[in-house]
Design a protein around this ligand. Structure first.
Ligand code: C2E
Ligand code: CA
Ligand code: CA
Ligand code: CA
Length: 274
């Protein structure tokens, strides 16, 4: 055995191995997670900055792994995007969010639209339009109570096809939001070509912001431009009353963040709709 002796192992970074093993364990676990109901959704409200009332619901996926415990989406969504399994996850999330919102409506609770995060990959592979139509039909939720959150990454390839898909979905009555706006590659002028309902200002613009901050002129410009194109603006990750005041003063339409509520399990969220 010429193990340690010949220096072979010195070329390995020993700390990489457990990382790779964990990655494989998670990747292999995704399929089983779907089969065995290890995924569930939590819901976070969006509040109207004018009335202070709940005006929308974002569905966020959670994974309770039988051995590893809770695994945050930032850890497994990128893996699912790499492997292509995201198509199955997106469909499951979409169906479950629509089913839940329909059940709330049927129970006489407040009607609000539910937002589902859709991977950029879904715009290039598979058939997003078909998936959405099938699941709306299966759950019976009306399309005006559905919103899709997509990131600017969607606009990096095949923009014509993406615009066509978004137009089709808007035609059905579905809303489209740009998530994490300001962190990606799309420019403000590009927005003009896109049939978008609203932009969600990334939390990095909001965190600790004050009027004196350099970011405030950027935020002001984004909001004014979005409004001039009849798009709403949602501020995400609002944690403090000062951040909320700042956003209200700049005429941000909707606010979302821990200040109002953390993402909640369906049974707790229900109370916000009562
Ligand atoms: P995102 O879509 O930008 O979601 C917002 C994230 O910020 C959520 O984290 C939410 O829990 C968190 N958040 C909300 N309010 C606050 C706040 O006031 N302060 C702070 N610090 N954080 C706040 P989460 O649920 O861990 O999700 C992380 C990301 O994972 C999401 O970012 C989204 O990109 C992805 N993701 C989550 N659920 C899904 C899903 O069902 N499908 C897909 N494709 N991606 C998902
Ligand atoms: Ca989102
Ligand atoms: Ca976001
Ligand atoms: Ca984000």
């Amino acid at each position: 055995a010429k193990e340690e002796g010949d220096g072979y192992f010195r070329y390995y970074k020993p700390n990489l191995l457990p990382l790779i093993a964990e990655k494989m364990q998670l990747e292999n676990g995704l399929y089983k997670a779907l089969q065995e109901n290890q995924f569930y959704l939590q819901y976070q409200p969006k509040m109207s900055s004018v009335t202070g009332e709940l005006c929308g619901i974002e569905a966020l996926i959670r994974w309770n792994h039988p051995e590893l415990g809770f695994i945050p989406p930032d850890k497994f969504i990128p893996l699912a995007e790499e492997s292509g399994f995201i198509m199955e996850i997106d469909r499951w999330v979409f169906r479950e969010a629509c089913r839940q919102n329909k059940a709330w409506q049927d129970a006489g609770l407040k009607r609000a639209s539910v937002s589902v995060n859709i991977s950029a990959r879904h715009f290039y592979q598979g058939n997003l339009k078909e998936m959405i139509t099938e699941e709306l039909q299966a759950t019976g939720l009306e399309p005006q109570y559905v919103s899709l959150e997509i990131t600017e990454g969607v606009f990096m390839r095949n923009i014509e096809k993406v615009i066509e898909t978004i137009q089709h979905l808007r035609g059905l009555g579905i809303q489209i939001s740009i998530d994490d706006f300001g962190t990606g590659y799309s420019s403000l002028s590009q927005l003009q070509r896109l049939p978008i309902s609203d932009v969600k200002l990334d939390r990095s613009f909001i965190r600790g912001i004050t009027i004196e901050d350099k970011r405030s002129s950027i935020v002001r410009a984004i909001i004014e431009l979005a409004h001039s194109m009849n798009m709403r603006v949602v501020a995400e990750g609002v944690e403090t009353p000062d951040e909320a005041d700042f956003c209200r003063n700049l005429n941000c339409d909707e606010l979302q963040g821990y200040l109002f509520s953390r993402p909640l399990p369906a049974s707790d969220f229900e109370k916000l709709l009562a």
